[in-house]
Design a protein around this ligand. Sequence first.
Ligand SMILES: NC(=O)c1ccc[n+]([C@@H]2O[C@H](COP(=O)([O-])OP(=O)(O)OC[C@H]3O[C@@H](n4cnc5c(N)ncnc54)[C@H](O)[C@@H]3O)[C@@H](O)[C@H]2O)c1
Length: 273
Amino acid sequence: MLPLQDKVIFLSGGTEGIGYECAKAYLKAGAQLAIVSNSKESLEFAKKSFDNDDILFLAADVAIFDQVNSAISETLETYGRLDVVHNNAGISNPSKRLDETTEEEWQRLFDVNVKGIYNTTKAALSALKKTKGNILNTGSLVGSIGQEIHAAYSATKGAINALTKSMALDYSYFGIRVNAVAPAGVWTPMLRSWSLDQPNSSSIEDYLNNIHPLGYCPEGDVIADACLFLISDNARFITGCILPVSGGAELGYKRNKPIEHQAQTVEKHTCRS
Ligand SMILES: NC(=O)c1ccc[n+]([C@@H]2O[C@H](COP(=O)([O-])OP(=O)(O)OC[C@H]3O[C@@H](n4cnc5c(N)ncnc54)[C@H](O)[C@@H]3O)[C@@H](O)[C@H]2O)c1
């Protein structure tokens, strides 16, 4: 039996980057998928790329409750049940200090990254109670350790950490688990766009390799493997966990290379540009 056999998963932001890799892993593990994005272009790309009529592709902005509610309803009409909500959709712009961040930028970050979770929870909770399902949030390491010139984004991810733990406590009464994954850097369209905004963008690949003690900046598959574990019954006694999937980026003081082992690892895992 596959680890997600017949489980119905509502995955926001499953058309690109980390979410796309999660969608691939969940499908392989036997799941039935509803993939949500607010970008028509991105939905079209993913539809073509998966070429699988069994996937439900839904257009919705996670920041807008009515759109989320309709998407959850359509998922329930299609599959008749809901086992997992994976809140993965997120935005990271702007890369700015707090005092430089406009009110609109602050608001949009919180509306998508944090209120998005509020919206899916309000819309999906009764269905999740029936299946004793679970919720997974894609957080970020910066939510606990911070990041320079990315204050508002880091704050949204800190809020996700707090939410994950509080939701885990509240929903434990219904047998619903709530967890989060906390990546450091992962090569996705989001990271590529962030890289271009950095003052030292030409050396950013080296920088991103070096922040991970394991020696390279990964692709989304490493996050997908951890997500698959957390939403599966293999993690049935884990709740309120913020799992770093970070190559050790949060670990204390370290020398900044060159250690032979690191150089070799980087060579093996050359990043996409
Ligand atoms: N890439 C990284 O280095 C990194 C590191 C830590 C955490 N994360 C987190 O991982 C998650 C995915 O990031 P990614 O790098 O794959 O990003 P990405 O930009 O490559 O993909 C984001 C996905 O979310 C969707 N999306 C964006 N806004 C939406 C909205 N309002 N409503 C519905 N869908 C929306 C997009 O269509 C896309 O499918 C985010 O929550 C991000 O904060 C990423």
